[in-house]
Write a protein that binds this ligand. Structure first.
Ligand code: 5GP
Ligand code: ZN
Length: 122
């Protein structure tokens, strides 16, 4: 991350920044002033929504704004309720780095539900 990126709010090479900017289409289901939620392109459960901070942050490991992370998590819970997952339950997960299985280097929380989820996740 360069000096400029520390100040920047967006990375034009980042796919999720481009979704946040509206330059790549996505099925957006909710947003607040810090975060937005859209459906995963390759859903792993009947409901699979990604919640991202609007600002570029590589992952939870480099998140430096607890309000921003909290805003994204609050939106994840709102979206889960709106999807009707409140009663049956759901999972919110974020993958970090290679061993965590992170493939998009912009912090995102997966909201998964609508089926029995297994544990441990593997
Ligand atoms: P990760 O593997 O980094 O935890 O999760 C990245 C997620 O982003 C994957 O579940 C993948 O299906 C999803 N994804 C990747 N590219 C796109 C895209 O262009 N649009 C949407 N909606 N989801 C994407
Ligand atoms: Zn980004």
């Amino acid at each position: 991350m360069t000096e400029t990126m520390n100040e920047a709010t967006t990375d034009p090479t980042c796919i999720f920044c481009r979704i946040a900017a509206g330059s790549i289409p996505a099925t957006v289901v909710a947003r607040n002033h810090q975060a937005m939620a859209f459906r995963d392109l390759n859903p792993q459960a009947p409901s699979h929504i990604l919640v991202i901070p609007l600002r570029h942050v590589d992952s939870l490991a480099s998140a430096d704004n607890p309000c921003e992370v909290g805003g994204a998590l609050a939106l994840a819970a709102e979206v889960a309720e709106a999807e009707g997952l409140g009663e049956g339950g759901y999972r919110v997960v974020t993958n970090i780095g290679r061993d965590g299985g992170q493939t998009v280097q912009h912090l995102h929380f997966h909201v998964l539900g609508g089926r029995q989820l297994h544990w441990p996740p593997g």
